[in-house]
Design a protein. Structure first.
Lengths: 431, 431
């Protein structure tokens, strides 16, 4: 078998066999196939597509390119969740403690922020001491002891994915639905997941900007699950406006703690309960979504979800006093409330613009390895559809630099648009 | 400007600007753009195409990636020819001496064999001493003195083409009409050509297997010529059966010498006169193709073309006694005549199969740098449409290895197919 023939087959719209896909992924992993061949192949895949069968074989080949975790001793049905990324998406920080508090152990490997979207690891690191790099032994031990792990992706899992992703990023081959789906699913499978709740975000603040692509990605990941013998539920949720109010690492941790305490923004709480309910059903804690939702609500109401979050922070070396007293979290030196420039119905709060402004303030990275400013970001005070009076608070900016603050105010002000006539609120979920 | 944005633009079917193309080619030349980005870009170009304007900008950028020759002092209108490659195509060996003998100086840089198709340089090197590597000074001096040069491509000309071609070869991106056209035309322009006769081969023994692709390539190269201010004439000629009778380096040199002496196969002679006539018209030696053809015929009839060929061999260090006595050319130890297995009309002599069998005998290279056996090859005795009697000579094989000879006989026998009913001869030219 020769790499160039596999490239040519895909170039000519052929369907690759399992053996050809395994040969190629193996070549990527070992470095025997040079980057330039992988790049040409990825472009051919992006432009000519892959069938669900090919994508499943690709997913499994990537998953098996390194260690594959098996947590069957610790948890009967390992349920994972994945969000395709958005602005203000701190869902894992609430959902996982709630689910774990309901008796379903969850060990999740998360990522860092990418472009305008935040990353769970970055958010957690605003709590001093929190360690995201765990060994497989630590992962397993903690999952057994407290039923909850939230750490970084191990380098030993799905190494082909890391190499392929780095190359896709610089060759214009990120936006391929089969490549996105196989990247997500391969990591979940390598992490030992038996079942996965996928939260596919759609909107201007998501990587999928339209419903058609979101549905295609969701359907494909569900099909991969079926073909690979994993239970997969895909939700399609809105990302045209930020989720919740807070955008920025420490601000989002604070909002997550508020939510675990039974407060927090209504949309974010609702989103978390919905995802948690699906995880509990997949984990066979109950048969019905209604019952599962009641269990998740109860874990928040009785404080057990918050207690599980505290245990998580302690187990991974974080200073739990920051959870008990969120005022200790990093604070920006400049905090300014920006008022509504006019009265009207809020028509848009463009999530992408808010996410990009947050990165510009220092909450995200312009390039890999850039340091983060955990304190900065925004609290958006309204949701699309709200009726607003001129002069009432529109959003609050948290910054550590006067000039950046002014730029951020201009961007996020422009991200808010108004209408004289009532605007319907955005749905939380599309499917 | 970033390479990845240019890749994405082409991936999304955008039309690249001249500046973007120059930036990319410059990055290839300097090595600042890594191979994996070039590979992804080449695949996007192959799958999404390029407009004639983009292809012309690409051609000029590649031509200007190194030294650009200017022979205006030596020759008023520098006319070049290029064949896209085929089996038994020794046209340059006859056309160039004929044209030079008619008073139009020609300096041509040729290539080596590629895959199943032979290369002019390899053929010439079957004459001991012939040097193909000339400096620019030697090139210019010889062009001035005898009006004829036939050497290898200088490394200083169009270096981006060499790099791009090597990468395309291993990334499945050879078969792109804009990339093929820009590769051919950039070398001609860097070589200082004011006018070019292109011989686009079509058929199973050519890189373009169907007329549609051949027309597309020919049209595109003519358009590049127009846009780049060069006169270009494109001929489309048949390559379903070998051109002439001889296939193999020394055998083809011998056939070329025969033709320069006024003998040689009718189809090959006709092909050469046609190409030579177009060159003479482009070089403004005469206005009409008929007159030009008469001039070329005359140069063969009066021996001046052969004399020019002798001067070429002497000027480039070759032993001219091999021209005067072609029996001195390398001879195979095993020469076997294979007879027709049946009577009938010759339906096919599949050029590609003959070319591949010739490579297998040692006349071509399985991989770069392989040594050549100049003596081996075939003489095919018939043309498609010929009426043949069982037992009469079909072809002669020249080999230096018994086992290889047997395999070659099997392949080339199979390349000949017969029909009980008359078969029309193949045309020499389609357009």
């Amino acid at each position: 078998m020769r790499a160039v023939d596999i490239i040519i087959k895909k170039r000519d719209k052929g369907e690759l066999t399992r053996e050809e896909i395994r040969f190629f992924v193996n070549g990527i992993t070992t470095g025997r196939i040079p980057d330039y061949q992988t790049a040409a192949w990825a472009m051919a895949v992006l432009l000519n597509g892959m069938t669900p069968r090919e994508t499943t074989d690709l997913t499994l080949a990537i998953a098996q390119s390194g260690e594959v975790l098996d947590m069957s001793d610790v948890v009967k049905i390992a349920v994972d969740k994945h969000s395709t990324g958005g602005v203000g998406d701190k869902t894992s920080l609430v959902v996982l403690p709630a689910v774990a508090a309901c008796g379903l152990p969850v060990g999740k490997m998360s990522g860092r922020g990418l472009g305008f979207s935040g990353g769970t690891l970055d958010k957690l690191e605003s709590i001093p001491g929190y360690r995201v790099d765990l060994s497989t032994e630590e992962f397993e031990k903690q999952l057994k002891e407290i039923g909850l792990v939230l750490c970084g992706q191990s380098k030993d899992l799905a190494p082909a994915d890391g190499k392929l992703y780095a190359l896709r990023d610089v060759t214009g081959t990120v936006q391929s639905i089969p490549l996105i789906a196989s990247s997500v699913m391969s990591k979940k499978i390598a992490g030992g997941a038996h079942a996965v709740v996928l939260d596919v975000k759609v909107g201007n603040g998501a990587f999928m900007e339209n419903l058609k692509d979101a549905h295609e990605l969701a359907d494909l990941m569900v099909k991969i699950g079926q073909l690979a013998g994993r239970k997969v539920v895909a939700l399609i949720s809105d990302m045209n406006q930020p989720l919740g109010f807070a955008v920025g690492n420490a601000l989002e941790v604070r909002e997550a703690i508020d939510t675990l305490r039974g407060n927090g923004p209504a949309d974010f709480r609702e989103h978390c309960l919905h995802v948690a309910a699906h995880m509990l059903v997949l984990g066979e804690k109950t048969d019905s979504l209604e019952e599962a939702r009641t269990l998740a609500e109860k874990s928040i109401a009785d404080g057990s979800a918050l207690e599980k979050f505290r245990q998580l922070i302690i187990a991974q070396g974080g200073d739990v006093s920051y959870v008990d007293d969120p005022d200790k979290l990093p604070k920006a030196s400049l905090i300014k409330v920006v008022n509504a420039p006019r009265s009207g119905y809020l028509e848009q709060v463009r999530a992408r613009a808010v996410g990009e402004a947050s990165v510009a303030l220092g909450a995200g990275r312009a390039k890999k390895g850039d340091p983060l400013d955990y304190a900065v970001g925004f609290v958006i005070h309204h949701k699309v559809g709200d009726k607003i009076q001129e002069g009432e608070p529109l959003f609050t900016v948290h910054a550590n630099d006067e000039k950046k603050m002014e730029e951020a105010i201009a961007s996020v002000s422009a991200a808010h648009t108004f209408n004289d006539f009532p605007v319907p609120p955005l749905p939380l979920f599309y499917a």
